[in-house]
Design a protein around this ligand. Structure first.
Ligand code: C5P
Length: 395
């Protein structure tokens, strides 16, 4: 299983419908899935490896004899959260039913415990042939999800059952098997994570304890729900999230520059970052000596969330975070009003709690007066709950 929970192996059999599977790759990606294509060797007669590599952005192999030290069939099988085989020919279905392992795809299927969906496409006589029907029956009884092909025009002049279904039907059924829906499809979400740092001199800075974990969790969850995600990461670990565009910043001013450039284009802004409220009035060029390092004069930083809120357009949803150590609910309500946000997650960070942890506790407040307690939830879980609230606000 992958960390994202969205890794899909797309197996492609040697049917002419292989060309339609190019669209399946794209739509899976739109829906937040990360796709590795494993074509059967003979399917390359229809669509070549270069096409799959270009579409998926990943290397493509067809045999276990390629990249031997990488043990591709075991690695792919372990990383795959789901397997989708589209199109599946009568021959491929037969090989799956027999449990054969004569190419990379069938090896991956045997080595994996992931849910598998098969989308057959073939001539009606091949589909209704008792041999194929028995194989399909056998695979269904083993837990494979097998879509019935569509009825309609086939490659030759014939009409009948065996047509490769529309991409939309495949994706809908696949999401049904996976148990999610891409409810943020087509939405642009801008997320800030981590904590800004303000330099004092060449080596020192004023910073805070925000780790960036919550912001990264929201970015990952939003991507998995189909959103177009952009993350502004302030002093976070050097992690990547495949499919998410990350801009790294250090100071509040750098974050402000990126926010100002991107805010108008987004539908949702989640200001998860802990932004430094103030910065040194002067940044010393070199390193201050111990004798000079006795006091720092501060000037206030702009409130980025309030600034974005003041220029928001109709329909944009704004989410803020607040870390408090006292009277947290009253001050959070006031903060919500002051900054003009729709949803605010407030947590009590007395004693440094929550920072750097995978677990969070706090309260979700909504502008309409809603209040929801969160107790010892994984930051991944909170991410999805917050996105549910965002979806509600978006209407
Ligand atoms: O620090 P404070 O509790 O005011 O932060 C609440 C929210 O405001 C957070 O979402 C934070 O990202 C944002 N903020 C900001 N600019 C600041 C301070 C905070 O955008 N200078």
């Amino acid at each position: 299983m992958s960390a994202s929970g969205r890794e899909v192996v797309l197996g492609v059999g040697a049917g002419i419908a292989a060309y339609k599977a190019c669209d399946v790759v794209r739509r899976l990606q739109d829906h937040g899935f990360l796709v590795t294509v494993v074509p059967t060797p003979s399917s390359l007669n229809f669509v070549g490896a270069a096409t799959w590599e270009a579409l998926s952005g990943r290397e493509v192999a067809t045999q276990v004899w390629e990249n031997i030290p990488g043990v591709a069939h075991v690695r792919l099988a372990q990383e795959a959260d789901f397997i989708l085989i589209a199109p599946a020919t009568a021959d491929l279905i037969s090989r799956l039913a027999q449990g054969r392992a004569d190419d990379l795809l069938t090896n991956v299927v045997l080595a994996s415990g992931a849910p598998i969906m098969v989308v057959p496409a073939m001539h009606p006589h091949m589909w209704t042939n008792p041999g194929t029907m028995e194989n399909v029956q056998m695979l269904r009884s083993r837990g494979f999800t097998i879509l019935d092909p569509d009825i309609g025009r086939l490659t030759g002049p014939d009409v009948g059952v065996g047509r490769f279904p529309d991409t939309a039907r495949i994706i809908e059924n696949f999401e049904g098997m996976v148990g999610t829906t891409a409810d943020l499809l087509g939405r642009k979400i801008l997320i800030t994570a981590g904590g800004t740092r303000e330099p004092i001199d060449a080596v020192r800075y004023i910073g805070n304890r925000s780790s960036g974990k919550q912001g990264f969790a929201i970015a990952q969850a939003a991507f998995a729900r189909g959103a177009d995600v952009e993350l502004i990461a302030a002093n976070c670990p050097d992690l990547e999230i495949e499919g998410v565009h990350i801009t790294r910043v250090e100071t509040t001013q750098e974050m402000q520059t990126v926010l100002e450039a991107r805010f108008d284009l987004c539908d949702i802004l989640v200001m998860c970052a802990a932004v430094a409220d103030a910065k040194p009035a002067y940044v010393h060029e070199g390193k201050l000596s111990k004798e000079e390092y006795t006091s720092i004069s501060l000037i206030k930083n702009p409130d980025l969330l309030a600034e974005m809120s003041s220029r928001r357009r109709e329909g944009q949803v704004l989410v803020g975070f607040a870390a408090e150590t006292q009277d947290h609910l009253e001050s959070a309500r006031a903060k919500m009003e002051r900054k003009g946000v729709d949803i605010l997650y407030v947590n009590d960070v007395t004693g440094g709690a929550i920072f750097g942890s995978d677990i969070t506790s706090g309260t979700i407040l909504t502008r309409s007066g809603g209040k929801m307690e969160v107790n010892d939830a994984a930051k991944d879980t909170l991410a999805d709950v917050l996105l549910d609230h965002v979806l509600f606000q978006l209407g």
